[in-house]
Design a binder for this molecule. Structure first.
Ligand code: NAI
Ligand code: MG
Length: 350
């Protein structure tokens, strides 16, 4: 198991170090970690935020653990030299089209949810968001209308192969979980969504054991805060998924808790916390490392066939939080290292 570790900028190296300690503590046979430069750190060392050596390390690895990129010192740089190009470039270079964002109640943190405790205590869902298409990648531009008005436009488009491949990821995910899949679209208004819905129904023939339902995105947004417990797997396009997954994350608690996977066609993937480089707290040793530790658990589960090890990490995180330890984002004063120590202690106690 070769894992590329791209810690990046800001709090990236601080939180990634804790996830690496957890990986080592699992004592998995054949585990090999290879560091690579990304972001501002890479730009300072090589003049580019995503050096070719880093891409080569990524391609030679079974999975990538990514911290975060972004540094205000780079704001003056041309766009192609900015740190954020490292993550966009990796998604493009590696064909990472399936973004998985789980949101699950952490019992000890129900009080931190934006929702009432009785609603927040029932969340266990997975958003499967298409990551390489939709309105983000269609033709876009600025033009002037005949009346002389500025007009911005972005074309929303999906071809059926793009919908089909994300559908298979979602159906397989539903099969591995509760057996229910909710496809979110706006088929009452959008042709893109009509195709999306048609293809979902076609693909469902291969998964007779999965209960497929369709929901319009506006209703889905409402249901997510009204009754998030009713969702199992949610599959949706890039734009709707971007919005709904951020919304779902706040139903659980802090941004410092949520992990993500971005997968290619062979379940090779990049794993990262959903947060950024947090320059406001970087270097202070107070960032919450749990989102990155949980991203490492996702990596073991989805790319490395180590579900039991992933379960162990997730249980250790629950136990660390149940002990009452809280980093700053959760209203406490525990350091990054203390949070990591608590997870290691919980692992050792299993
Ligand atoms: P951010 O997620 O870095 O920070 C937002 C707020 O949440 C800050 O107050 C920060 O201190 C806090 N926060 C984030 N992670 C935390 C953690 N683990 N523990 C405790 N508090 C935490 O988003 P922001 O400030 O919008 O962006 C900062 C930089 O990160 C920018 O350069 C941005 O482009 C980059 N970024 C990179 C991403 C990536 O590498 N995938 C994703 C999002 C932003
Ligand atoms: Mg977003």
């Amino acid at each position: 198991m070769k894992i590329a570790v791209f810690a990046g900028d800001g709090i990236g190296p601080e939180v990634t170090a804790e996830a690496v300690r957890v990986l080592h503590a699992l004592d998995l046979p054949g585990l090999e970690l290879i560091d690579g430069l990304v972001g501002a750190a890479a730009w300072r060392a090589t003049g580019h935020p995503l050096p070719s050596e880093t891409i080569a390390i990524a391609k030679a690895s079974d999975a990538i653990l990514f911290g975060a990129v972004g540094d205000f010192d780079c704001d003056h740089l041309e766009r192609h030299l900015r740190p954020e190009q490292a993550i966009l470039g990796l998604r493009r270079e590696l064909g990472l089209f399936a973004n998985l964002r789980p949101a699950k109640t952490i019992p000890a943190l129900v009080g931190h949810s934006a929702l009432r405790p009785e609603i927040a205590s029932s969340i266990d869902l997975l958003i499967v968001r298409e990551l390489n298409g939709d309105v983000y990648f269609g033709e876009k531009g600025m033009r002037t209308t005949p009346a002389g008005l500025r007009q911005g436009y972005d074309v929303m488009a999906y071809d059926e192969s793009e919908v089909r491949r994300i559908a298979h990821v979602a159906f397989r995910a539903a099969r591995a979980r509760g057996g229910r899949l909710c496809s979110v679209d706006k088929a009452n208004v959008l042709e893109t969504s009509q195709l999306w819905r048609d293809v979902m129904i076609e693909v469902s023939a291969d998964y007779p054991d999965i209960a497929l339902e369709h929901m319009y995105v506006d209703n889905a947004a409402m249901q997510l805060v009204k009754d998030p417990g009713k969702f199992d797997v949610v599959v949706t396009g890039n734009l709707f998924g971007d919005i709904l997954s951020d919304q779902a994350s706040m139903c659980v608690g802090s941004i410092g808790l949520l992990a993500s996977a971005s997968l290619d066609a062979n379940d090779k993937g990049l794993y990262e916390p959903i947060h950024g480089s947090a320059p406001d707290i970087a270097g202070k040793g107070i960032a919450n490392p749990l989102a990155t530790i949980l991203s490492a658990a996702m990596m073991l589960r989805y790319s490395l066939g180590q579900a039991a090890a992933a379960d162990r990490i997730e249980a250790a995180v629950d136990a660390a939080l149940a002990s009452g330890l809280r980093s700053g984002d959760l209203g406490g004063s525990a350091t990054t290292r203390q949070m990591g120590d608590a997870v290691l202690e919980a692992l050792a106690a299993q």
